[in-house]
Design a protein around this ligand. Structure first.
Ligand SMILES: O=C(O)CCC(=O)C(=O)O
Length: 341
């Protein structure tokens, strides 16, 4: 079937075509049927890409904690997340834009999703594990909405098996639309399906799927990078909008400014929306009409984008409002005249 730019599909049709060109349609089917999928290393990047990412994460670990000892027991009984690594190496900027990872995440959340987390994760030998849980943090509702609000990739930097301390999933749990109870957690901890996949793979899932991880039974460290993305009306878990620099926006494609939510409409101040910035249409965060940005766009955005200004939310610019009113009345007069002719 020819997938056309059907108006009713908005940006999902071009996204689907690009995922097809990446040979990822089976992954879409797995996300729908089972609630998780694994993209093999060769569809994520070439050998140089994987080596670069490993060097970047090793660099963060060494800088923050010191290099692990050669005997493989530095991280015994640890299951440690290290937060906000995005700005510690430019390699991570290309990871969050990775066409396979971002493409499948966008399929789950829409192509105007924003970045919520970019973290490293290390697990050492011993008993430490992640209990079965769901990443949908909306505990204000009794039942989950049918579609996820956030989605993750786990980019593996070491091989995964149950003995390596792999992530595990409860297949199909994304359709149950509720978080696990304490009894569920106990039941599924050892029964969940472990991911067996080589380093360089990307595991992807939406926030409705129950998952956890096994303890690591061998020496050495399990390494992974977590990317979490939100729908754009939500608060992010890490402050990318506040910490992104103009230089980072300039050197990346326009979609990166969208991921940083540098053009998101919220929050409003007394002056309401910044229409000029919204018109740039990088990522409105309000509607589905945001222009589709290709997964393959690598053109640096340059001066087309900038950091979010420091708005004086508590001030009201009466002159600006008057100017807007005058312009509106003039437009309406013009329309009436045209209709009279
Ligand atoms: O690998 C793990 O320990 C669990 C990963 C996880 O829960 C996540 O990435 O959200």
């Amino acid at each position: 079937m020819e997938v056309e730019d059907w108006q009713s599909m908005g940006p999902i049709a071009p996204l689907y075509r690009e995922l097809k060109s990446l040979d990822l349609l089976e992954n879409i089917a797995e996300l729908d049927a089972f609630g998780f999928t694994v993209v093999p290393p060769e569809k994520v990047g070439d050998a140089a890409f994987h080596e670069r990412m490993r060097a970047a994460l090793d660099g963060v670990i060494e800088w923050r904690f010191g290099a692990p000892q050669a005997n493989g027991s530095s991280w015994r009984d640890a299951n440690q997340i290290f937060r906000l690594i995005l700005w510690e190496d430019e390699a991570f900027e290309s990871l969050v834009l990775n066409p396979a990872g971002l493409g499948l995440v966008q399929y789950l959340l829409g192509p105007n999703c924003i970045l919520s987390l970019c973290d490293g994760w290390i697990k050492g030998p011993g008993e430490a594990r992640t209990p079965i849980h769901q990443d949908n943090w909306d505990f204000s509702r009794k039942a989950n909405a049918p579609e996820p609000n956030s989605a993750n990739f786990n980019y593996l930097l070491t091989d995964y098996s149950a003995d390596d301390g792999a992530i595990s999933f409860v297949p199909g749990s994304h359709k149950w639309r509720r978080p696990p109870t304490p009894a569920d957690i106990k039941y599924w901890d050892d029964r969940a399906h472990p991911i067996e996949a080589p380093a360089g793979s990307m595991v992807i899932w939406g926030d409705l799927t129950w998952h956890g991880s096994f303890p690591r039974r061998v020496t050495g460290e399990r390494l992974m990078i977590l990317g979490t993305f939100n729908r754009p009306f939500m608060q992010t878990q890490e402050p990318f909008r506040q910490t992104v620099t103009d230089a980072a926006l300039r050197r990346n494609p326009i979609r990166f400014a969208g991921l940083m939510d540098a053009y998101g409409a919220f929050p409003f101040g007394k002056d309401d929306i910044d229409a000029e910035r919204l018109a740039v249409n990088v990522n409105s965060g309000m509607t589905e009409t945001t222009k589709y940005r290709s997964l393959f766009d690598t053109e640096p955005a340059g001066d087309a984008v900038s950091r979010r200004p420091d708005y004086a939310y508590d001030e009201f610019d009466r002159d600006r409002w008057e100017a807007g009113k005058t312009a509106r009345l003039e437009r309406s007069e013009q329309r009436t005249k045209t209709a009279d002719v």
